[in-house]
Design a protein around this ligand. Structure first.
Ligand code: MEV
Length: 321
């Protein structure tokens, strides 16, 4: 048997804008997805046949790795809320790619896994997906994605994708965050699903009809650069304030929900900053805080489900038994 683990992610700044080449900053969280493979007579996922509609990422990865004729049984065990803005499908794609590669003697390099998993995500998201979730899950730590990193982070690799808007290219880099006084992140799940493909298509439609909304995305790009400067200098209050403004712009794009607003308002007195994270329309909010237990309790008392995670965590890996 072969297993691999990949963490979920939280986007600090830049969701949606990054799909159009603006920068985004994300960190790997302490919960993730484990994929285990063992030999079998037919391709199965959790004892059911591998179905392209139910598992488009997995089916795409099996075909991409030319493994259709080498059937395996796939077991998935996830600590992440599904469809909740925690990057569960990216973590699944990354862990599955690493496990498939280990099983078949292919490269288990995390950059290779990030590139292949990004293509799988894009396939499942109707052709539009930035490499943010897959790169963060693969590399771990704090990841910056942009069409031009220009010195903001150390470049690790480039990703490109044929999208309905043309060929998009991104540089992917990492930022070293080693400070003694790092706050925690608390994620609060609203209980409603967040469908990334649908939300990304909704934003695409909105900006094609309304130039002002396009400016909201441009502004998120500028905020992200400001937030990155604050992050690199450990100016946590400024990081939190930038998160707050980012949330205002995401809300103006119609991506928040009444439950997300309730959770965000409830945690503000105990947080440096709070915003929705991921594609929105449901899913999770996140808070940056020095008082994680208090924030988690507030989220639970307001009807959400909380996860406390350090500022950043390690990336994907093959698990040796
Ligand atoms: C989803 O976690 C982040 C989005 O920006 C989509 C993407 O980057 O592909 C909404």
């Amino acid at each position: 048997m072969v297993s691999a683990y990949a963490p979920g992610k939280a986007i600090l700044f830049g969701e949606h804008a990054v799909v159009y080449g603006h920068p985004a900053v994300a960190v790997a969280i302490s919960k993730g997805v484990q994929v285990s493979l063992s030999g079998s007579d037919s391709w199965t996922v959790g004892n059911r046949p591998l179905c392209p509609n139910r598992h488009p990422h997995l089916n795409w990865l099996v075909e991409r790795n030319n493994l259709t004729d080498r059937p395996m049984s796939i077991k998935i065990s996830s600590e992440l809320f599904p469809a909740a803005g925690q990057g569960s499908s990216a973590a699944l794609s990354v862990a599955a790619q690493l496990a498939l590669a280990e099983f078949s003697g292919l490269s288990t390099d995390t950059v290779d896994a990030a590139i292949t998993a990004h293509q799988a995500e894009a396939y499942a998201q109707f052709g539009r997906a930035s490499p943010t979730d897959t790169a963060t899950s693969s590399l771990g730590g704090c990841v910056v994605v942009s069409n031009n990193l220009s010195g903001t982070a150390d470049t690790i690799f480039r990703a490109s994708l044929e999208t309905p808007e043309g060929v998009m290219e991104w540089d992917i880099g990492t930022v070293d965050l080693t400070y003694d006084d790092m706050p925690h992140i608390v994620l609060g799940h609203s209980g409603a699903p967040s469908q990334t493909g649908k939300m990304v298509s909704m934003v695409a439609e909105l900006i094609s009809e309304n130039q002002e909304k396009k400016q909201d995305l441009d502004f998120i790009g500028e905020l992200t650069l400001m937030g990155l400067v604050a992050l690199r200098s450990g100016a946590w209050e400024a990081v939190g304030m930038t998160m707050d403004v980012c949330h205002e712009k995401l809300r103006s794009l119609g991506l928040s929900t009444p439950v997300l607003e309730t959770l965000i308002e409830a945690v503000r007195p105990h947080s440096l900053g709070a915003k929705l994270t991921g594609s929105g329309g449901g899913g999770c909010m996140m808070a940056l805080t020095y008082n994680p237990e208090r924030v988690a309790q507030t989220i639970e008392l307001s009807g959400g489900r909380a996860i406390i995670t350090p500022m950043h965590c390690d990336g994907a890996r093959v698990l040796k038994s």
